[in-house]
Design a protein around this ligand. Sequence first.
Ligand SMILES: NC(=O)C1=CN([C@@H]2O[C@H](COP(=O)(O)OP(=O)(O)OC[C@H]3O[C@@H](n4cnc5c(N)ncnc54)[C@H](O)[C@@H]3O)[C@@H](O)[C@H]2O)C=CC1
Ligand SMILES: NCC(=O)COP(=O)(O)O
Length: 331
Amino acid sequence: MGEPAGIGPDLILRLYANRVELGLPPFIVYGHIDFLRARAARLRLPVAMLECTPPEAAARFAEALPVVHVDGLVPDKPGDPTALSGKVVIEAISRAVDDSLTGACRAIVTAPIHKAALYAAGFKYPGHTEYLAALCAQGGAAPMPVMMLAHEALRVIPATIHVPISAVPSLITFELVVSTGRIVAHSLRTRFGIAEPRIGFAGLNPHASEGGNIGTEDYDTVGPAIAQLQHEGILAEGPMPADTLFHLPHWRKYDAVIAMYHDQALIPIKTVAFDQAVNVTLGLPIVRTSPDHGTAFDLAGTGNGSDASFLNAIRLADELTGGAAQRAAAQ
Ligand SMILES: NC(=O)C1=CN([C@@H]2O[C@H](COP(=O)(O)OP(=O)(O)OC[C@H]3O[C@@H](n4cnc5c(N)ncnc54)[C@H](O)[C@@H]3O)[C@@H](O)[C@H]2O)C=CC1
Ligand SMILES: NCC(=O)COP(=O)(O)O
């Protein structure tokens, strides 16, 4: 359900209302059913809803929007986030992860959250990505999550995610760059069906350190990590200057580009495809996708705003979990 004051619930309801024309696979919403009814009424969307369990959802999807009801206080106040609903938002994510881990759901598509509203309810993570990894730990060590933003053939990954820019240089270690490269290469092979993925790396510093004259990290850390990945048979290249790497003809030479920090990765893809790109978390035992945008408080409850990124997130989750093949086999 995501942040109730945001645009996420609106887009879920709108996509459900258009499910037939869009040919959507069945999905189930984890959230507060009375809130969802109130938002549907506000938007004048004729969406019937029913509480059910994930195994029942596919069979009921045509008649009504299946909902796993998460109890709590969730006011319908678009654009006005409150800590009151934080507990429901957090629990909805954790229950969806549990049901994905058991196989009751094939994948999770998250709607945008507003972290500030969740902290008062005990949320300790800077984003879904880190929270999902913690939920997937299942008593053992948490897997290393990797954020990918994807649009058609353009994919970009920030090696560091939700951290202050002042912390980035010390977080760019040989181990981090190698582990990120391995997870990306593995995911491109196993999830995206790219047999020999080509991965480009952006340097941390301007001009990828200009021969070691503008910072040392690209020479001391990023370069050796790329050499290690090449040694393992991964088609890795770089580090390259980030300003020219995202020039489209250059970017398209790679199946994915690994950048060193959040904005270095997300600015280019949101510039090219803000209303289309999808956020995918790699490195987890489950498939998670999300629209690339945030809560859009200015649009929530108005019926305006694009549902294209959310739609692409649903379609990609379906594709990454073999939805088309499963439906064909069932016919
Ligand atoms: N996966 C997640 O949970 C994410 C959550 N956020 C959170 O969202 C909140 C707001 O972040 P902002 O930086 O303001 O980004 P934002 O994406 O919510 O809004 C930025 C601009 O894009 C527009 N916009 C967003 N979604 C749109 C859509 N579907 N159609 C048309 N226009 C759209 C908004 O109206 C606004 O003008 C923050 O609390 C942030 O942490 C941001 C990104 C991802
Ligand atoms: N800017 C994208 C973003 O912050 C999304 O983070 P997450 O909630 O998917 O971890």
